[in-house]
Design a protein around this ligand. Structure first.
Ligand code: ATP
Length: 274
């Protein structure tokens, strides 16, 4: 993992622009949150929150502990609680505000939660198989939304994650933290995923392992999956992202390119502590 300083030094040395190839692409809008207010019972958490994610990009949502990052992802994924009481969420041109988590997932949004939710007593292969079974079952339960497409085949998943391929028969609970994170991401890819919501994928991982997970996220993005990445490890996330939002007390306080956030020392220090 390179730090912000490393990155700046690299740029200074080479004299290159900090704008990456992906930053200069102008993808169409895939996700839009418009003035969203979300609550846990009477606790008003997200306040008039607006943001958007472009197709094909890696977008980071950054902020301190308790700022509202997970609440934002859960609101997008249709997970309850929280409850979205006003505002709207549009995905791929459709209003998905209030749509259930199952139907959101069929439409092509996958949430990889912070706690990873893998089955520790099952093998890697069994975890992946189970993801497929659950996915097929929910698609055939007569829902009134059309499945947007197929997820990756098991071979395609193993191709993306050679480390998991080598450990097919290993119990998931005995994998390293980084490998467990990769398995959680791999499980999400077994379903049709146009937009992947990643909640703190670097949580609890050593810097070297973070690099492996970063590589995996980049590979998935290269296959066409749009990524919304929530992180407290702002330095690592900024290095991977094309654009970034900063959230504080449930409100967006910064939006811009990763390069703009990198050079905005005041925002970084005030809201991110980096
Ligand atoms: P963290 O990294 O600590 O999870 P976060 O930015 O993801 O930070 P959220 O989990 O979205 O923050 O929490 C935002 C606020 O909502 C916090 O004040 C938190 O205490 C509150 N909150 C989160 N979950 C619930 C819940 N189930 N019921 C009530 N309040 C909640």
């Amino acid at each position: 993992m390179s730090t912000l300083e490393d990155d700046e030094t690299k740029t200074a040395k080479t004299g290159e622009s900090t704008t990456t190839a992906r930053e200069s692409e102008s993808g169409r809008e895939l996700l839009r949150l418009n003035s969203v207010d979300a609550y846990y019972d009477e606790s008003h958490i997200l306040r008039d929150l607006s943001m958007m994610v472009k197709e094909g990009e890696i977008c980071a949502l950054l902020g301190r502990n308790g700022a509202g990052k997970t609440t934002t992802l859960r609101s997008i994924a249709g997970a309850t609680p929280p409850t979205v009481r006003s505002g709207s969420i549009r995905f791929d041109g459709n209003d998905v505000t209030g749509v259930t988590a199952e139907d959101i997932s069929i439409r092509g949004i996958s949430l990889v939660p912070e706690e990873r939710r893998i089955f520790p007593n099952l093998s890697v292969a069994e975890n992946l198989h189970l993801a497929e079974v659950v996915n097929n079952a929910s698609n055939t339960w007569g829902r009134d939304v059309e499945a947007g497409g197929e997820g990756m085949t098991t071979d395609e998943v193993y191709n993306q994650f050679p480390r998991l391929d080598e450990r097919r028969s290993q119990q998931a609970g005995t994998l390293s933290g980084g490998e467990q994170q990769m398995l959680a991401i791999a499980r999400a890819l077994k379903q049709n995923t146009d937009l992947m919501l990643l909640d703190e994928p670097y949580e609890g991982l050593a810097p070297q392992i973070i690099e492996d997970v970063e590589d995996a996220i980049e590979r998935i993005n290269d296959t066409g999956t749009t990524i919304l990445l929530v992180e407290q490890n702002a330095a690592a996330a900024i290095n991977l992202a094309d654009r970034a939002y900063v959230i504080d007390h449930g409100q967006i306080v910064f939006d811009g390119t990763a390069a703009e956030l990198r050079s905005d020392e005041e925002t970084r220090e005030r809201y991110l502590g980096v």
